[in-house]
Ligand binder design. Structure first.
Ligand code: SF4
Ligand code: SF4
Length: 236
């Protein structure tokens, strides 16, 4: 297999042919923050948190392939400022009230905010009216917490094969929807497997009956499902 050599934060590293900068960095032990990325799902470059500088240009590392001789920086002051700005905009766009959220303490958005020192938001909150869909027997959807990472869309399509989720609308009016925008509980395609709930980085998708800080996303199980398919453990 062809190997590419590049510079990451001043150190020479190697990447496999076709590997993205994000995965090459992970293999080299360098963590780049992400929200829309989930191992085993097609990368979409939606959240832009994984921006890195390549020869001075800003590129999303999850969808940019490592190339011979690249000079990549993953943690400059400029990147830290942009990542902070992205998080603040995510908080401003919906209604994230961690203290009353089922995912408080198990939320990737909250974790990143703490890591990047986001203790206030410099932008005006949009305070959009957002619905909660509690029509499904086992799970719920709270649009207040959704960051449109589309992990639910991709895991349902690519791992479960149901393609229940999609995104409707544009800009700040975009919303994840089930089937043709009917209530989740009336979906004819949902198998109630729970993979979307496991994949969701925030409290947008939750187990019904969980109260504040009780919702646990079991990503280990999801990782096992993804790798089982990649390794052909089920003969698929
Ligand atoms: S529970 Fe399973 S089938 Fe239903 S929407 Fe979520 S991932 Fe898709
Ligand atoms: S519901 Fe969760 S997984 Fe789906 S787009 Fe929103 S934040 Fe992402």
């Amino acid at each position: 297999m062809a190997v590419t050599t590049l510079t990451l934060d001043g150190a020479l590293i190697s990447a496999r042919e076709g590997q993205t900068i994000l995965h090459a960095a992970r293999d080299a032990g360098v963590r780049i923050p992400t929200l829309c990325d989930l191992d085993g799902l097609t990368p979409v470059g939606a959240c832009r948190l994984c921006l890195v500088e390549v020869d001075g240009r800003l590129v999303p590392s999850c969808v940019t392939r490592a190339a011979e001789g690249m000079e990549v920086s993953t943690a400059t002051d400029r990147l830290r400022e942009y990542r902070r700005m992205i998080l603040e905009l995510l908080f401003a766009e919906r209604n994230h009230v961690c203290s009353v959220c089922v995912a408080n303490g198990d939320c990737e958005l909250q974790d990143l905010a703490m890591e990047l020192g986001v203790d206030h938001v410099r932008y005006e909150y949009l305070d959009p009216p957002c619905e909660v869909d509690a029509s499904h027997d086992r799970y719920g959807l709270d649009h207040n917490r959704c960051i449109l990472c589309t992990r639910c869309v991709r895991v349902c399509d690519e791992i479960e094969g149901a393609h229940t989720w999609d995104v409707a609308g544009r800009g700040t009016r975009s919303r994840v929807i089930t089937d043709l925008h009917q209530p989740w509980g009336e979906s004819g395609t949902c198998t109630s497997c729970g993979k979307c709930v496991m994949a969701c980085p925030t409290g947008a998708l939750f187990h019904r009956g969980s109260s504040v800080a009780e919702n646990i996303h079991d990503r280990e199980r999801l990782h096992d499902l993804v790798t089982a398919r990649e390794e052909g453990r089920w003969g698929v």
